[in-house]
Ligand binder design. Structure first.
Ligand code: C2O
Ligand code: CU
Length: 496
């Protein structure tokens, strides 16, 4: 618990004490099994909480240009929150009220979108539907109650291919104190994966490089970062479990995580909290915007090194050629005695899928076309790019099944704002283990089916590809929920 701020530690201790008193059973050990500075080189600073109320987290985020060292000797003028890449981690307990005082000191307008959070539309950070863009020199206060536990993230929603590419993103960790007993892994780490494009002159790459073909592919950065660092170090005690909360915050890059032969990931959670039950995976594929909650158990002799790598993942035409496997985290086994604790409790959760009764069905095609005259590529839902799009209509209480057919040569990680969905199999049964998602990969030339329910919170909620170039290139629409169609304002440039 060394890295917890005192207030949080106390909060958790009180909750635990209450739980223990109520259950009158002995508590599980809640002590770190790791060496004292095991995560020092990788852990992200948290945004300081300015509010003394234990159930209110109040922070300041300033977007500003600051020098950032991509690797030793390579310094770029990056776009940062509070001077850091990633921005400071937002860390709250589920049910807390979060207040974010956002100041924009960038040369361009910006906003903050809280990816995956089921919050009111006015807090969603989308210009035109949630708020006006926050102009340079202006401020905006976000203020809401955090509804779900899990690992989320935040980023701008104005020209996001550029702004995220330049460094604006941060982790958002929502803890459920009850998981101290149901998951019972004390050593937790948040891992935010991203990349940055730096050109030969040592400056941030032009976000329009490669023109419309660059957009169609989705521009990847040439420097892969883990919590803002290149291949940071992590210490591990052999045999001791660690719980990792992983976020793919890159703007186009997929990751296929691999711990090497003999090691697996016990995946216990995804985008929207814990799974129905855990699954063992050799590789963990994360599309852009997706998250995973996993338990890993490094093993080895003292001084041995394990490497967390990203293997090549085929996300479509040209995506694996001339690419290399990336080293992400170098894990060194400490000289502590091998840990041989009792097995961890099985993670089990009752998740009740939305009933598919009375569902409204929608079919959508993801399309890529080239203009006969300008030769420019244009993505769309059913051949309609966002600037001409009409929204998907929904009423409060609707359950909808969306069948999404990707006709394009590239995969698209589609993200729905404000609501969770379930992925359905070919028989329209929710995929087991059940899990709540807000971002789903629709691989090239494949079809995915989603079950989504719009229970509350009228508004215009975006649905778009999280390869941010693809969104800018047209692959963006919205759900216009419980609002008259006459009120629909066409998507403005920059809403992505
Ligand atoms: Cu992560 Cu529309 O965003
Ligand atoms: Cu896409």
């Amino acid at each position: 618990m060394a890295y917890m701020p005192a207030g949080r530690q106390l909060g958790r201790a009180i909750v635990l004490a209450a739980a223990i008193a109520a259950a009158a059973t002995p508590a599980l050990a809640q002590e770190s099994l790791q060496a004292s500075r095991w995560d020092e080189a990788i852990r992200m600073p948290e945004a300081p909480d300015l509010n003394p109320d234990p159930h209110i987290v109040e922070i300041e985020l300033e977007a500003r240009v600051e020098p950032f060292e991509v690797e030793p000797g390579l310094i770029v003028d990056a776009w940062t929150y509070n001077g850091m890449i990633p921005g400071p981690m937002i860390r709250v307990n589920v049910g807390d009220r979060l207040i974010v005082h956002f100041t924009n000191s960038l040369p361009d307008p910006s906003t903050i979108h809280y990816h995956g959070l089921r919050i009111p539309i006015a807090m969603d950070g989308v210009p035109g539907y949630s708020q006006d863009p926050v102009k340079p020199g202006e401020s905006f206060t976000y203020d809401y109650v955090v509804p779900d536990a899990g690992i989320f993230w935040y980023h701008p929603h104005v020209m996001s291919a550029m702004q995220v590419g330049f460094g604006l993103y941060g982790a958002f960790w929502v803890e459920d104190p009850a998981e101290a007993e149901t998951v019972a892994v004390e050593d937790e780490l948040v891992i935010l994966l991203s990349d940055m494009a730096v050109n030969k002159q040592g400056e941030l790459e032009d976000p329009n490089s490669g023109g419309s073909a660059g957009m169609a592919f989705g521009r990847e950065g040439n420097h892969v970062l883990v919590n803002g660092k290149k291949t940071p170090q992590l210490l591990a005690r052999s045999g001791a479990p660690q719980r990792w909360h992983i976020i793919n915050a890159a703007k186009s890059r997929y990751y296929k995580l691999d711990l090497g032969a003999g090691f697996t990931f016990t995946r216990i959670g995804g985008d929207g909290g814990l799974l129905e039950y855990s699954v063992e995976e050799d590789f963990l594929v994360l599309g852009v915007g997706e998250r995973a909650d996993v338990i890993i158990t490094p093993r080895g002799a003292s001084g041995e090194e394990l490497m967390l790598r990203s293997q090549l993942h085929d996300r479509g035409y040209g995506s694996t050629e001339l690419r290399s496997i990336q080293d992400l985290v170098a894990i060194t086994i400490t000289d502590q005695p091998e840990y041989a604790g009792s097995p961890l409790p099985e993670v089990q959760l009752t998740i009740v899928p939305y009933s598919a009764e009375g569902t409204i069905r929608r079919e959508m095609e993801l399309t890529l076309d080239q203009d006969a005259i300008t030769k420019r590529f244009e993505y769309g839902f059913d051949k309609v790019p966002y600037w001409k799009a009409r929204p998907i209509l929904a009423d409060l209480g609707d359950t909808q099944i969306w069948t999404i057919n990707n006709t394009t040569p590239w995969s698209h990680p589609l993200h729905l704002h404000g609501f969770f969905f379930m992925v359905l199999d070919e028989n329209e049964e929710p995929v087991r283990p059940y899990e709540w998602k807000d971002t789903v990969d629709v691989p090239f030339k494949e079809t995915r089916r989603l079950l989504v329910r719009f229970g509350e919170r009228p508004g215009t909620w975006l649905f778009h590809c999280h390869i941010l170039d693809h969104a800018a290139g047209g692959l963006l629409t919205a759900v216009h929920l419980a609002l008259p169609i006459e009120d629909f304002k066409p998507f403005g440039a920059g809403a992505h």
